[in-house]
Design a binder for this molecule. Structure first.
Ligand SMILES: Cc1cc2nc3c(=O)[nH]c(=O)nc-3n(C[C@H](O)[C@H](O)[C@H](O)COP(=O)(O)OP(=O)(O)OC[C@H]3O[C@@H](n4cnc5c(N)ncnc54)[C@H](O)[C@@H]3O)c2cc1C
Length: 303
């Protein structure tokens, strides 16, 4: 027997402007299509059955990555490949380059978007953890203007975000602070696969070079049931600590204790907890090496 996977009947409109997209999105059962790498497969499996798709691929005004004052601004339509190529993103947040190197494969990265990744709200999405670690803000646009939502409050749960009818994600803003280093560490079963577990760290060090102190810590986890992709207890522990093997190992242990992985085809629960402890410590080590040394482009970076 021959099976076909095809989406059910759907109307399609190509948005000609953000305002046009927003007015189309005010209709019921209407979804944005960006890269389509998650939505189209879900439609084929009938896990999503929108009545209308609004294609935003023509909206060049949503495709940018730039530094604006002390914020890195990433348009929702920036592709994974754009973020990986962005020198300004890599300079201030090597965590995004680390993460993008291990998101899917080059074909998916060429078309999949930053906005689509966050809005898909897959519990294994890499950028959700990276943006949570960086304490980014989502800019949600509606016909009445923009509202700003911390990325840490953006996901309501698996495959669900705070974006409402008539709205779209327009931009992600990341605060840039001096003395900050960041890194992302992921274990997958094979190249291009989703995470078994992954951890991202953004560390700010103050004090002297001889006596550095952790003055802010962001820790993101993916694929392990961390609430809002955040290792909050480990972050709280790190504040005021001396960066080093001891505090990083302790933070990893705390992160492992407080996440909620489930056993699945990617591995048993205790293995995932082990990975969280180890990957958190590794990400912290590399983030610290990159912090405040101007070496964010190279220290600890892999090629
Ligand atoms: C083979 C494969 C492997 C992958 N591996 C990984 C991986 O290892 N790690 C990882 O993190 N990701 C992985 N992905 C997912 C990848 O990151 C996709 O880019 C991402 O799922 C969705 O981006 P998209 O632009 O294709 O979104 P789409 O599929 O177009 O949309 C996804 C959802 O977001 C909504 N949406 C999109 N843009 C907006 C917007 N601006 N405003 C409001 N809603 C919006 C859509 O309506 C839809 O609900 C993989 C995907 C594939 C196909």
């Amino acid at each position: 027997m021959h099976y076909m996977q095809v989406p059910s009947q759907v109307e399609y409109e190509r948005a000609t402007s953000v305002d046009h997209a927003l007015s189309l999105l005010s209709r019921p059962d209407t979804r944005v299509v960006a890269g389509g790498h998650s939505l189209i497969p879900m439609m084929k499996l009938r896990l999503a059955q929108p009545e209308m798709l609004v294609d935003i691929n023509g909206l060049a005004e949503l495709a940018y990555i730039r530094l604006d004052g002390n914020q890195l601004r990433i348009g929702a339509l920036a592709r994974h490949a754009d973020l990986l190529d962005s020198a300004v993103a890599g300079e201030h947040f090597p965590i995004f380059h680390d993460a993008e190197r291990v998101v899917a494969d080059p074909i998916v990265r060429l078309w999949g978007t930053v906005g689509g990744s966050l809005c898909q709200a897959d519990p294994s999405e890499d950028l959700s953890a990276a943006f949570a670690a960086a304490r980014a803000t989502a800019v949600i646009r509606g016909q009445d203007g923009d509202r700003l939502v911390p990325v840490r409050e953006f996901h309501r749960g698996p495959y669900e975000t705070v974006i409402g009818r008539g709205e779209l994600l327009a931009e992600v803003r990341v605060p840039v602070q001096p003395g900050t280093g960041s890194a992302y560490e992921k274990v997958a079963r094979r190249v291009g696969d989703w995470s078994v577990a992954a951890a991202g760290a953004v560390l700010r060090l103050t004090g002297s070079r001889q006596n550095p102190v952790i003055s802010s810590a962001g820790l993101g986890l993916t694929a392990v049931g961390a609430e809002h992709f955040v290792a909050a207890e480990a972050e709280a522990f790190l504040l005021g600590q001396t960066p080093g093997e001891e505090s990083f190992a302790r933070a990893g242990a705390i992160a492992a204790e407080h996440c909620h992985p489930v056993a699945d085809q990617r591995g048993p629960e205790d293995y995932k907890r082990h990975l969280v402890a180890e990957l958190t410590a590794r990400a912290l080590r590399r983030a610290a090496a990159r912090a405040g040394t101007g070496a964010s482009k190279s220290a600890g970076a892999r090629t």
